[in-house]
Design a protein around this ligand. Structure first.
Ligand SMILES: [Zn+2]
Length: 435
C-alpha cells in the first residue's frame, strides 16, 4: 500500500538529518554483519587493521578497502553470502567482463525490500494500479525482468511479462491491451519505435510512461523516445550487485536520479587514486548496500562515472541525485589518447534529424594509429535523395563529432536496417584493434 497519493514510502521525504542518521545506523550494521558473517570481509578488515567499532562517523568508511568486480569471481559462487544457504530464496547472476559470472543472492526479506524499492521508483514517475505495465525486459538471470515485474504487481498495475523479442507481437499487445507504461533498455525501445512506425499504429497507442535503463543513454535519445511514443521517458539505474534495478531513478523533474540513501551509502572517487572527489565533481560511483541480508557488499566500485547533487529536489524527496551516468569506466574508449564514451557519440548523433535510430562504432588500428569509424543509419528519404546530399550530411556529422568530442572520426552512412538490432543491451562498439 502506498503511503499517500504522491509517495510510495514515507522514507522518501524524511528530513535530511533523520535520513543521514538512519543511513549511518544502517551503515554500521551492514559493516558489522559483513565482518561477523563473511570470511572475505573479516579478512579484509583485519588486513586493514580495523574493526566495525572503529566506524565513529560516516567519513570513516574510507578506511575500509574497496570491493571490486574480481572479488565476486574469487568468491564464486556463494563466498560472499552472509547467511546460510537455507535462508537464500533466489539468486541472479550478471555476466562478468571475463570469466565467472557474478552471483547475487537474496533472502525473502531482501526480495521484499527490493520490490518495495522498485515500486517506490515506479510510483514516483506516476505508475498506479490503473496502469497497464508492459515489461519488455529479459527475465531469467538478468535482474531487470523480475525486479520490475514484482514491483509493478505490488503497485497493482496490470503487468504484462512480455520479455524481449518478438517485437511485432509486443506492439500488438500494446495496442490490444492498452499499455500505458513500458520498461526496456533504451536501445530496445528504439527498435520498438521502428516497428511501431512500420506497422503504422503510433496513433493507436495509449502510452504515457517509459522507464529505460541497464545501459547509458542520452538526452537526445530521450527526446526521440518521448516524441515517438508520446510519453515521459525516465532513466533507471541499478546493478545486480546492489539488488538490481531500483538503486536510483529519475523523478518527474527529470533532473538527475534519486539514489535511495536509506538503502545505499554513496561515495564518488577518483578512479585512479581511489580518493573521494570534492563536492560537485565527477567521479566513480562507489556503493555500500545497507539493507541486504544475504550480501552486505561494502564499498563496491561500480565503474560508473557520475556527479552527485545534494540540493533539495522540487519533488520534495530528500535523497541525493546522481546526474545522468556517462557510462562505465569499462565502456570508456581511449582513441589516440582521448577519452570518449559511446553515450557521448549517441547524444551527438541523435540531435541530427536526418540520422536514424541506430549506429555502431568500429575501432581499428592502422599503422600504429587508432582509427574510429562511426557507422550511422540514415532515414530512408535521405538515402533515396541526391548523392550530393549524402556527402554533405556525412561531412556535417563529422564536423559536429569533431567539435563535441575533440576527435577526428570517419563517418560512414548506411541504409536503415543495416546495423544489427539488439534485444537487450546494445552492442555499440566493435573493437578490432587487438585482432
Ligand atoms: Zn526529485
Amino acid at each position: 500500500m502506498p503511503w499517500n497519493n504522491e509517495y510510495w514510502e514515507k522514507e522518501e521525504v524524511l528530513p535530511k538529518k533523520e535520513l543521514e542518521e538512519l543511513q549511518f545506523k544502517r551503515l554500521k550494521n551492514a559493516i558489522k554483519r559483513a565482518y561477523d558473517n563473511v570470511e572475505f570481509y573479516r579478512r579484509r578488515l583485519k588486513e586493514a587493521n580495523i574493526t566495525p567499532d572503529d566506524l565513529k562517523k560516516p567519513e570513516d568508511i574510507a578506511k575500509i578497502p574497496f570491493t571490486q568486480k574480481e572479488h565476486f569471481a574469487q568468491n564464486y559462487p556463494f563466498g560472499l553470502f552472509a547467511v546460510p544457504k537455507e535462508k537464500i530464496v533466489r539468486i541472479h547472476t550478471s555476466s562478468g567482463t571475463s570469466g565467472k559470472p557474478k552471483v547475487v543472492g537474496y533472502t525473502a526479506q531482501d526480495i521484499d525490500t527490493w520490490v518495495n524499492m522498485v515500486a517506490r521508483c515506479l510510483y514516483m514517475v506516476g505508475v498506479r494500479d490503473s496502469d497497464v505495465f508492459q515489461n519488455m525486459a529479459n527475465y531469467s538471470f538478468f535482474t531487470g525482468g523480475l525486479g520490475f515485474h514484482y514491483a509493478a504487481e505490488r503497485i497493482g498495475a496490470m503487468t504484462i511479462p512480455s520479455g524481449v523479442g518478438n517485437t511485432e507481437r509486443q506492439v500488438q499487445c500494446m495496442v490490444d491491451f492498452g499499455t500505458t507504461a513500458i520498461h526496456s533498455t533504451p536501445s530496445y525501445a528504439m527498435h520498438v519505435k521502428e516497428v511501431v512506425e512500420e506497422m503504422g499504429v503510433a496513433d493507436k497507442l495509449k502510452l504515457r510512461i517509459g522507464c529505460f535503463g541497464a545501459e547509458p543513454w542520452s538526452e537526445n535519445t530521450r527526446r526521440r523516445l518521448e516524441d515517438a511514443f508520446n510519453i515521459k521517458a525516465y532513466d533507471s539505474y541499478g546493478l545486480s550487485e546492489m539488488n538490481g534495478p531500483g538503486v536510483a531513478f529519475e523523478c518527474k523533474e527529470q533532473q538527475g536520479l534519486h539514489i535511495w540513501a536509506d538503502h545505499y551509502f554513496t561515495e564518488l572517487i577518483d578512479p585512479k587514486t581511489g580518493e573521494q572527489v570534492g563536492e560537485g565533481e565527477k567521479g566513480e560511483l562507489v556503493l555500500t548496500a545497507l539493507t541486504k541480508e544475504a550480501m552486505p557488499i561494502l564499498r563496491y566500485r561500480t565503474g560508473d562515472i557520475t556527479i552527485l547533487e545534494t540540493d533539495k529536489c522540487a519533488c520534495g524527496r530528500t535523497h541525493p541525485r546522481l546526474m545522468r551516468i556517462l557510462g562505465r569506466s569499462d565502456d570508456m574508449l581511449i582513441v589516440r589518447g582521448i577519452n570518449v564514451f559511446p553515450s557521448q557519440i549517441e547524444n551527438v548523433l541523435m540531435q541530427i534529424p536526418e540520422v536514424g535510430d541506430n549506429f555502431q562504432i568500429v575501432l581499428t588500428r592502422e599503422g600504429g594509429l587508432d582509427e574510429i569509424t562511426v557507422k550511422v543509419e540514415v532515414r530512408d528519404e535521405i538515402f533515396t535523395g541526391e548523392l550530393w546530399d549524402l556527402k554533405e550530411l556525412q561531412q556535417r556529422i563529422q564536423r559536429i563529432l569533431q567539435k563535441e568530442l575533440l576527435l577526428r572520426t570517419n563517418v560512414e552512412l548506411v541504409e536503415k536496417g543495416r546495423i544489427e538490432r539488439s534485444m537487450g543491451k546494445a552492442k555499440r562498439v566493435l573493437d578490432l584493434r587487438s585482432i
